[in-house]
Design a protein around this ligand. Structure first.
Ligand code: NAD
Length: 419
């Protein structure tokens, strides 16, 4: 990259998408005004007793964007760059996402500004429990159901369930999703987002005439979503040529084995240094020649600065908001096929929804059943967006946003504005 990277606030990206979609679908101006802001944002300060006896106070928030189509739903992020603005953008995207794949949820997101890599397990547990107790009044199985996101995992979800249940006085597994299976988590939840991403890639490849067997794939981010996407694509016969994490990336033209990379990361803490691979920076990784690029880390990765240098045929947005609006335009002009985040990564919230349904019904379904339901929902949404995009000669993001925002608008109109 020669120029300085373009810095864009995710919330500006989200608001710009809402604005252009509202104009295109002729959204009622009052409803547009409602959707520009979240219904409710709660900012809390979280004191945590550290192992050394000191007390450190962290900023946390929960943003509930819109619940016209059902209870709020959205992940919880622990990251040093978390801000209220970022979480608001992520909450808004959750609202559109649930509507695009037609599950009966609204959109929310939570965040705590912290560096979990510097916290002990005990500190993380105390932070999680105090955060949950601070937002207790606005969450719950029929209000707002949290789930994992960046640097939160099934263990964090277990602490959320336990804190909520202890404070209520009875066990409430349906208050959170992405839990370990032993306490009511769903089969297939950990892989769900990635399974949905790869399913979208497969459908796209079929239509573009790209052979999945031997297709070259680059994955940015090697966490829950990135690692599972690499694994599933590899198992389908794709060649994973590059992967990265927050420390940097590795590139191997003849393809690398994601299972071995995972072992290497488990031992060393990073994918960097994996055998016989060339080291690349995250910036270089995005510009590698490949059939499929899967950004699976953070927002703001493909920007006006590097979009022209992206050499992938297909970009499947596993991360939320990895592409800025300007970059999106550049990719479109270049003829790169972008599968937008609110469609591509919806597999996670679909299986979260299935987990919630199982919990409410006191059921536990087999993996095959969960995967079949996930594939049905993803395929329906993908086909719908793809066919409309073809008919209207527009890109997938424009159509998906129209679909999501349009459905939320219809729901608000039907409910009416109280009183
Ligand atoms: P995770 O914490 O499991 O993994 C994040 C990965 O990104 C890690 O490998 C980390 O090293 C890497 N990373 C962090 N900063 C980076 C940087 N600057 N450059 C490159 N890599 C970096 O998180 P996750 O759950 O896999 O989430 C990844 C993305 O997927 C996020 O955008 C999240 O919102 C989105 N997402 C997650 C889910 C889910 O079910 N977990 C669902 C939908 C969308």
């Amino acid at each position: 990259m020669s120029m300085r990277a373009e810095i864009v606030r995710p919330l500006d990206v989200a608001l710009e998408q809402l604005k252009s979609t509202a104009e295109r679908i002729d959204l009622d101006p009052g409803i547009y005004e409602m959707l520009k802001r979240p219904k409710r944002s709660l900012v809390v300060s979280i004191p945590v007793k550290l192992e050394n006896g000191e007390v450190k106070v962290f900023m946390g928030c929960r943003v509930q964007h819109n619940d016209a189509r059902g209870p709020f739903k959205g992940g919880l992020r622990y990251h040093p760059d978390v801000t209220l603005d970022e979480v608001t953008a992520l909450a808004m995207w959750m609202t559109w996402k649930c509507a695009v794949v037609d599950i009966p949820y609204g959109g929310a997101k939570g965040g705590v500004c912290c560096n979990p890599k510097e916290l002990s397990k005990g500190e993380l547990e105390r932070l999680t429990r105090r955060y949950v107790s601070s937002i207790l009044d606005i969450i719950g199985p029929f209000r707002d159901v949290p789930a994992p996101d960046v640097y939160t995992d099934a263990q964090v979800m277990a602490w959320i369930m336990d804190t909520y249940s202890q404070l209520k006085g009875y066990s409430v597994p349906e208050c959170v999703t992405g839990k370990p299976i032993v306490i009511g988590g769903s089969e297939g939840r950990i892989e769900a987002t990635s399974r949905g991403v790869v399913l979208c890639v497969k459908e796209t490849a079929k239509r573009l005439g790209v052979e999945m067997k031997g297709a070259t794939v680059v994955v940015q981010g090697f966490g829950t979503v990135g690692w599972n996407a690499a694994k599933i694509a590899h198992d389908l016969g794709c060649s994973i040529v590059g992967v990265s994490d927050s420390q940097g990336g590795v590139y191997c033209k003849k393809g690398l084995n994601p299972y071995e990379v995972r072992e290497h990361k488990a031992k060393t803490g990073s994918v960097v240094g994996y055998q016989e691979c060339a080291s690349v920076t995250n910036e270089e990784l995005l510009e590698l020649e490949c059939d499929v690029l899967i950004p699976a880390a953070l927002e703001n990765q493909i920007t006006a600065t590097n979009a022209a240098d992206i050499r992938a045929k297909i970009v499947a947005e596993a991360a939320n908001g990895p592409t800025t609006a300007k970059a999106d335009e550049i990719l479109r002009e270049k003829g790169v096929f972008v599968i937008p985040d609110i469609l591509a990564n919806a597999g996670g919230v679909i299986v979260s929804y299935l987990e919630w349904v199982q919990n409410l019904e006191r059921e536990h379904w087999a993996l095959e059943e969960v995967n079949r339901k996930l594939a049905n929902k993803m395929l329906n949404a993908f086909n719908d967006v793809y066919e409309r995009a073809k008919d209207e000669e527009l890109d997938m993001r424009t159509i998906a946003l129209g679909q999501g925002i349009g459905r939320v608008g219809e729901a608000i109109k039907t409910l009416g504005i109280w009183p």
